[in-house]
Design a protein around this ligand. Structure first.
Ligand SMILES: Cc1cc2nc3c(=O)[nH]c(=O)nc-3n(C[C@H](O)[C@H](O)[C@H](O)COP(=O)(O)OP(=O)(O)OC[C@H]3O[C@@H](n4cnc5c(N)ncnc54)[C@H](O)[C@@H]3O)c2cc1C
Length: 255
């Protein structure tokens, strides 16, 4: 195997498909060459119809770049968008063994490194958890002795829409430096089995201020990912509580 160029198209093979929620499937793609990537980066996907028509979209990597053995495959977290061209194809047509044209890794701004040890805040909406999950997993997998304290505030509609729920809760239970709050926006105000880490309202400024009290010091950086209006609202909350603009990194998935 050789190292991949970041700009060449390669043919990846779908190795597994997992139904993560009613609207989200996880796809594990085996790469033809070892492809180093950083948590937070994405790949482009290109579909070509028999008549030559092409559609291209971006998908973040949700798997961890560590350990190095992970670099032979990547996981995509694909949300089904109603009438969406490429997400519908993934959900309705793609099968294990299929070959998909991809290009990457791409993106340098919305990335995180385990070398950073200062507290960091993550805010994700829906499938916007994908690149942040890669960061969280890398933090768990890294050999670095000192791990940065991390706070994740994750917005989902209902309990069934919480992506990676078991994995996130397990990290939150076992790692005192990882703090989790899931904000359910369309769920009944009843905690199923009194599950912890839940709030039954949207993320607002008091939510963020209250969760920040879990960190010994204010985060030096924040990562926000989701739909455009969600990202904008969250960024405004952070600016409102005094976080400098240049400490806030954002990734917008859709309109
Ligand atoms: C850097 C980057 C990383 C991304 N990573 C991911 C990822 O990890 N997982 C993932 O699921 N998506 C991700 N996206 C979004 C993805 O690239 C597609 O835009 C998305 O899958 C919709 O494509 P589509 O072809 O299905 O819909 P389209 O055919 O492009 O759009 C159909 C309709 O849905 C609307 N629409 C498009 N996207 C969205 C959206 N996200 N929410 C609501 N409405 C929408 C369009 O305006 C249009 O009206 C990422 C986008 C970017 C820019």
């Amino acid at each position: 195997m050789s190292l991949a160029s970041t700009i060449e198209w390669q043919i990846a093979t779908v190795r597994s498909i997992h139904v993560e929620s009613p609207r989200v499937k996880l796809f594990t793609l085996e790469l033809p060459v070892i492809t180093p990537f950083r948590s937070g980066q994405h790949f482009d996907v290109r579909l070509t119809a028999p008549d030559g028509y092409q559609a291209q979209r971006s998908y973040s990597v949700s798997s961890s770049p560590e350990p190095a053995s992970n670099l032979t495959s990547i996981e995509f977290t694909v949300e089904l968008i109603t009438d969406g061209e490429v997400s519908s194809y993934f959900h309705e047509a793609v099968e294990v063994g299929d070959q998909i044209e991809i290009r990457g890794p791409i993106g340098g701004h919305f990335t995180w490194s385990p070398i950073a040890t200062k507290p960091v805040m993550m805010i994700a909406g829906g499938s916007g958890i994908a690149p942040i999950m890669s960061m969280i997993r890398q933090r768990s997998n890294t050999a670095a002795i000192e791990k940065s304290p991390m706070l994740l505030i994750f917005s989902a509609r209902t309990e069934a829409d919480i992506l990676f729920a078991t994995e996130l809760e397990s990290i939150a239970v076992n790692d005192t430096d990882f703090h989790l709050l899931v904000a359910l926006t369309r769920a009944e105000e009843v905690a199923p089995d009194n599950r912890p880490f839940r709030q039954f309202r949207r993320i607002d400024r008091p939510t963020i201020e209250s969760e920040l009290s879990n960190l010994a010091t204010h985060p030096s950086s924040a990562y926000i990912c989701g739909g455009s209006s969600f990202v904008e609202a969250m960024a405004n909350h952070l600016l409102g509580i005094g976080m400098p603009n240049n400490s806030i990194r954002t990734e917008r998935f859709g309109p």
